[in-house]
Design a binder for this molecule. Structure first.
Ligand SMILES: CC(C)(COP(=O)(O)OP(=O)(O)OC[C@H]1O[C@@H](n2cnc3c(N)ncnc32)[C@H](O)[C@@H]1OP(=O)(O)O)[C@@H](O)C(=O)NCCC(=O)NCCS
Length: 395
C-alpha cells in the first residue's frame, strides 16, 4: 500500500421535507418560541416522513456526494455511516445504504460516536484512503432522531431534528490538501449525560422499559452545555496546533449545530467573530452526526468555502466524545451543482414477510396532521451571517 493524499471530492446533504416549528412544539409541551429561540437559536427542525428511515436519508445524501465527485456508485470501496439512530441494531445502516445506492463492491460499517460520529468517520475514512487501503471512501452522517424523542419531555424534544450529509474522500497523486491535523477524545465521565437507556443488552426493550419511557433520549442539559463549550474549543485548538496553524488562519469553522449559544461561546473563547462560524441550527436543530456534513455541504454550495481555505470540522456528543479536523479545501465548489440532478428519493429493501408498525410518534403525527397544509421552511435567519453567494454552473 502506497500512502497518498486524501481529499474531499464530493459532498451532499438531504433534509426531509417535513418542518416542525417552535409553534408546533408549543402545542405538544409547555414551551414557547421565545424560550427556544433565546436558549438555543433553533426556530424549526425537519421531520422524516413515515416511509423514510435513517438509511434512506443517508442514501440520498450519499448519491448527491457521489454525483458531485463525478463517480459511479460502484467506484466506492468503503461506506461508513455515522449514526446513533440506525434503522436496526443489526444489520448496519451502512449495509442498507450500500444496496440503496446501487453499489456492489464496497465494504460497509457503522460508526458509533453519537454527535461526533461524522468527525470520527471522516478521520477513519481519511486514514483508509491516505494509507493506500482504498481509493474512494464514502462517509455519511445520518439521523432520524424524531423517532427517539419523547414528545412529552420539553427538555429534549425541542432540540433535535432529522437529516443526512455525506462526503466522498478520494486518493490523489497531488501532494497536500485534505486533512492537516486532527484531535479525537472520549470522556466516559459523561457517559450518562446524553443517554438512550433501553434497546441494548443492559436493558432490552420490554413492556416495562416502554412504560418507563426508557426508549427515548435522555439528557442532562446543563452538564452537557458546560462540557460542549469547553471541549469544542479545546478540540478545535488541539487540531489546529497539530496542523501547525493558529485559529486566526482558519477561514471557516463548521461546528456541530447543537445550540447557537454554544457556538457563540466557542467563537468568543477563540477570540474570533461569528462570521468565521457556519450556522444553520436555526433551520435544522441538532441533527447529531448529520449536522457537520449538512453544514459543510451548505457552506460549500453557498460560496462560503474556497479552494485553498483551511476549514475546521468540530463536534461533541454523547460518550462524551469530541473531535476536530483541520482540512485544506481542494475541490471546485461549483461542482456542488452536480447534486441538483439527483432525485431526492431512495428505497431500502425490507424482508418480504415483514413490515414495521407505523414508526411516527403518535403525538408528533397528531400535531403535523392537524395543521392547515405543510409548513414552509424558513430562510436562513441567523443574524450576522454573510449573504449566500450564487454558485457558478460547473463546466
Ligand atoms: C437544554 C438547554 C437549552 C437548556 O437551557 P438552560 O439555559 O440550561 O435551561 P435550564 O435547563 O437551566 O432550564 C431553565 C428553566 O427552563 C425550563 N425549561 C426547560 N426546557 C424548557 C422548554 N423547552 N421550554 C420552556 N422552559 C423550559 C426548565 O424546566 C427550567 O425551569 P425551572 O428554572 O423552573 O426549573 C441547554 O442546557 C443546552 O443547550 N444544553 C446542551 C444540550 C445539547 O447540546 N445537547 C446535545 C449534545 S450533542
Amino acid at each position: 500500500m502506497q500512502p497518498r493524499s486524501a481529499r474531499i471530492t464530493g459532498w451532499g446533504m438531504y433534509a426531509p421535507m417535513g418542518v416542525l416549528s417552535n409553534a408546533d412544539l408549543e402545542r405538544l409541551v409547555d414551551t414557547s418560541d421565545e424560550w427556544i429561540v433565546t436558549r438555543t437559536g433553533i426556530r424549526e427542525r425537519r421531520v422524516a416522513a413515515p416511509h423514510e428511515t435513517t438509511a434512506t436519508l443517508a442514501a440520498i445524501a450519499a448519491k448527491r456526494a457521489i454525483a458531485v465527485a463525478g463517480l459511479d456508485p460502484d467506484e466506492i470501496e468503503m461506506i461508513l455511516v455515522a449514526t446513533l439512530s440506525p434503522d436496526y441494531p443489526m444489520p448496519s445502516t451502512a449495509a442498507l445504504v450500500k444496496e440503496a445506492i446501487g453499489n456492489t463492491r464496497a465494504a460497509a460499517m457503522d460508526v458509533a460516536a453519537a454527535c461526533s460520529g461524522f468527525v470520527y468517520g471522516y478521520a477513519t475514512g481519511h486514514a483508509m484512503v491516505s494509507s493506500g487501503m482504498y481509493r474512494h471512501v464514502l462517509v455519511i452522517g445520518a439521523e432520524l432522531l424524531t423517532r427517539f424523542l419523547d414528545f412529552g419531555d420539553r427538555n429534549t424534544c425541542i432540540l433535535f431534528g432529522d437529516g443526512a450529509g455525506a462526503v466522498v474522500i478520494s486518493a490523489s497523486d497531488d501532494p497536500g490538501g485534505g486533512m492537516l491535523g486532527m484531535e479525537l477524545t472520549t470522556d466516559p465521565d459523561g457517559a450518562y449525560m446524553i443517554w438512550l437507556p433501553s434497546g441494548g443488552s443492559k436493558s432490552p426493550p420490554s413492556v416495562e422499559t416502554i412504560a418507563r419511557r426508557e426508549h427515548y433520549i435522555r439528557m442532562e442539559g446543563k452538564e452537557t452545555y458546560r462540557y460542549a463549550t469547553r471541549t469544542l474549543a479545546s478540540s478545535a485548538l488541539a487540531a489546529i496546533q497539530r496542523a501547525g496553524l493558529t485559529a486566526d488562519e482558519i477561514a471557516l469553522f463548521i461546528p456541530h449545530q447543537a445550540n447557537l449559544r454554544i457556538i457563540e461561546s466557542v467563537a468568543k473563547g477563540l477570540g474570533l467573530s461569528m462570521d468565521r462560524f457556519y450556522v444553520n441550527v436555526d433551520r435544522y436543530g441538532n441533527t447529531s452526526a448529520a449536522s457537520v456534513p449538512i453544514a459543510l455541504a451548505e457552506a460549500v454550495d453557498s460560496g462560503r468555502v474556497k479552494v485553498g481555505d483551511r476549514i475546521v470540522f468540530v463536534a461533541f456528543g454523547a460518550g462524551f466524545t469530541s473531535g476536530a479536523s483541520v482540512v485544506e479545501w481542494t475541490a471546485d465548489p461549483a461542482l456542488g451543482r452536480r447534486a441538483d440532478s439527483v432525485v431526492p428519493a431512495a428505497s431500502v429493501r425490507a424482508p418480504v414477510d415483514w413490515d414495521s408498525v407505523d414508526p411516527m410518534p403518535a403525538r408528533l403525527a397528531a400535531v403535523l396532521n392537524s395543521r392547515n397544509g405543510p409548513a414552509v421552511p424558513l430562510d436562513d435567519v441567523v443574524p450576522g451571517e454573510p449573504e449566500h453567494a450564487h454558485r457558478e454552473v460547473p463546466a
